[in-house]
Design a protein. Sequence first.
Length: 437
Amino acid sequence: MTGIPKPMTLAQPAEDEFLAYDREHLWHPYTSMTDPTPVRLVTGAHGARLALADGREVVDGMSSWWAAVHGYRHPALDRAVTDQLGQMAHVMFGGLTHVPAVELGRRLVEITPDPLDKVFLADSGSVAVEVALKMVLQHQRGTGRPERTRMLTVLGGYHGDTFDCMSVTDPVAGMHAIWRGLLPEQVFAPRPPSYDATPPDLQAWAGAFRALAAAHAHELAGIVVEPLLQGAGGMRPYLEACLHVFREVADEHDLVLVFDEIATGFGRTGHLFVSEVVTPDILCIGKALTGGYLTLAAVLTTDEVARGISASESGVLMHGPTYMGNPLACAVASASIDLLREGDWKADVARINRALTAGLEPLRATPGVADVRTLGAVGVVQLDHAVDVVAATEAALAAGAWLRPFRDLVYAMPPYVISDDELDRLVAGIRGAVRAG
Ligand SMILES: *Cc1c(COP(=O)(O)O)cnc(C)c1O
């Protein structure tokens, strides 16, 4: 790699000191402060590689949680941030606007399905889902149905970590039991049938979903789901036909249909957005929106929903984060969208799918493996037991790959720029993790 400065390496004592301080003082996602699992010190990243402080370079199988689709230190994305920095890092969005926000809004309206042409910029995925739920409630109030306050969703979903997001997340994985009385009580339908399910499975599920919607129609405001692929709730692709059931049921009972594409958006499943197959009334996007550079999310909706919100008692959408429309984040998001539009992400996603399918399918015969599934640039190996995360992570690193298994799942969704050689290493890492985990 020419032109890329060598990542910093740290002398062992310095590395140990940073790790010790981190362990004592910094919370990591879903970890204990008193008994934390080990973390690795990263000193740099480029392309599909992470550079560790000990000098090792490993292939990134996680895209920093679905986000870094173009890889790290992409020249066009680096430039978008530094150019914007020369203008201004941030200004408030109340009463002011700026070119990066307008340019991003224009792109989002252009690349999403037609009726979705009103844009709310939020600062994280969870906030986007909160805003979407607020839009649903305000729309129902504005159209004379204030008694409709509950959401219909499916088991196995994940929609973020704030309280209303947790309320529509799977009740077991989301541990509703520990929050009983504090979470709004939503209506949960069975998990949609797996992508390899049979027509009778689909009929049975659709019947149950329709019946539940009909029974609760008087109190339901909307439907919220991750379309086509349930992510953090279990990495499960499901039948595309279910999307049509969601749309039909929403229309039949005047429910606002929300698709949470925070994980699936920007090509990951092979569709730029699953919303191209069936179009929702509200679309949430995040994660890969900025190519993994800065935290930003967006909620898009239709003119009809926007009018409903404006007809509610406040007359306005009651939300406005301090860092709304952050110019640095908007600028890099537009640059990331331009890379997708100019490049051939579809070919890359198909190439990654072939490599993951060929590499992981043989693992079905491995003892301890319950299922193997791939969709777009996502590959999943489900074990028949909880993964030993520490051992699995170590084994993947030994094979040259960074993975972050959870529950019974070893999975990967690499940057689209990953090379064929790097894909081989990633597959080796997954195999190692499965054997060790
Ligand atoms: C990650 C995720 C969220 C939450 O996004 P954050 O940016 O972590 O708040 C919501 N919904 C889905 C489907 C996600 O994958």
